[in-house]
Design a protein. Structure first.
Length: 345
């Protein structure tokens, strides 16, 4: 698979391309299904998950599909009461407040408690073309903790940071629980057919570099260490993490995802030659006219010309109102750019 080769920095005829949140609300075929089910109902039905996962592949012919799910789903078998409120997003009705709350979290048996996801991965992998990769994913421990402590998303997580500094031992216990859970969660996904996995630390950039190193990064590294035997690439994506790049290179993940605030060439120089790079067009650029989308996509590709280990993507998830024809322009530009001769200087 070209995607897997790129993850391992092997030569590829062109960069593979996929888009974070590519299976979702910007597609009318997704909205048609969503009108019939709640979000959690969709996630719990393997046939629906397969259909939604494959929709962007059919429409745009990306090189990788990412399984349709949500980073917070594994919190439910741990004992946290997750729901998705209209207009509010995810809500946890029994957030973590005390050491006893952390101690009460269960160790899930994913083979029984999330067998629907394993089945979805199996049937999706069976239908997906053999030349395309299937990605599993998880939320990183800190991002899970943000929701578990605050009880909902949104804001800059001031409450979470204050809680961490006031409850340092309890926070470390929570991070350990989430780390051990996440390792088992990723193992289940790979066993069910995932060819690669992405670790999303969507809120990691809310911390200073010092505090991320002290309170979070050791647990991220532990996940990567304990999944090394799975034999699949691991992609680490930390949003708003320009101030982390000097030490992200020690994560041992095969791929580092860059958000749109991280200049590509500078980031490559900081991270070094041992990692593949993924990213990082600003998702809002897809709202520009198509000529501009093409120009900016080509500029991103030119920076990476001749360098192994590059995966074209956005710098974060695609926005729900993104024009479909502009997504097509982005993908088609990656696939048709003359990667043999490079940029025309």
């Amino acid at each position: 698979m070209m995607f897997i080769d790129a993850c391992y920095r092997k030569p590829t005829p062109r960069p593979p391309v996929w888009i974070m949140r590519q299976a979702g609300r910007y597609l009318p075929e997704y909205r048609e299904i969503r009108a019939k089910h709640s979000f959690l109902e969709m996630c719990g039905q393997p046939e629906v998950v397969r259909e939604v996962t494959l929709q962007p592949i059919r429409r745009f012919d990306m090189d990788a599909a990412i399984i349709f799910s949500d980073i917070l789903l594994p919190l439910t078998p741990m004992g946290l009461q997750l729901r998705f409120a209209q207009g509010e997003g995810p809500v946890i009705d029994n957030p973590i407040t005390t050491e006893a709350d952390v101690a009460a979290l269960r160790d899930p048996d994913f083979s029984k408690e999330m067998d629907f996801l394993a089945e979805a991965l199996k049937i999706t992998r069976a239908e997906l073309s053999k030349d395309k990769a299937l990605l599993g994913f998880c939320g990183a421990p800190f991002t899970l903790a943000c929701y578990a402590i605050q009880g909902h998303g949104g804001g800059n997580f001031d409450y979470v940071r204050r809680w961490i500094y006031s409850n340092q031992a309890t926070f470390r216990a929570l991070m350990k629980k989430f780390t051990l859970m996440t390792v088992e969660y990723l193992k289940m996904q790979v066993a069910a057919g995932a060819n690669a996995v992405q670790i999303f630390d969507s809120w990691g950039g809310a911390l200073s570099a010092y505090d991320y190193l002290q309170f979070v990064f050791p647990y991220v590294k532990k996940i990567i260490e304990r999944t090394s035997m799975l034999g699949v690439p691991r992609i680490l994506f930390v949003k708003n993490a320009s101030h982390f790049r000097s030490f992200l290179r020690t994560s041992e993940a095969e791929v580092i995802g860059l958000d749109w605030t991280m200049p590509m060439e500078e980031s490559r120089n900081i991270l070094g030659e041992d990692y593949a790079i993924q990213g990082n067009l600003d998702p809002m650029i897809l709202f520009a006219d198509k000529d501009y989308v093409v120009r900016r996509t080509k500029a991103m590709l030119e920076v990476n010309y001749g360098k192994p280990g590059y995966i074209a993507n956005l710098g974060h998830g695609i926005h729900k109102e993104t024009p479909i024809e502009h997504v097509a322009a982005f993908v088609e530009t990656v696939k048709t750019f003359d990667h043999a001769t490079g940029p025309d200087f």
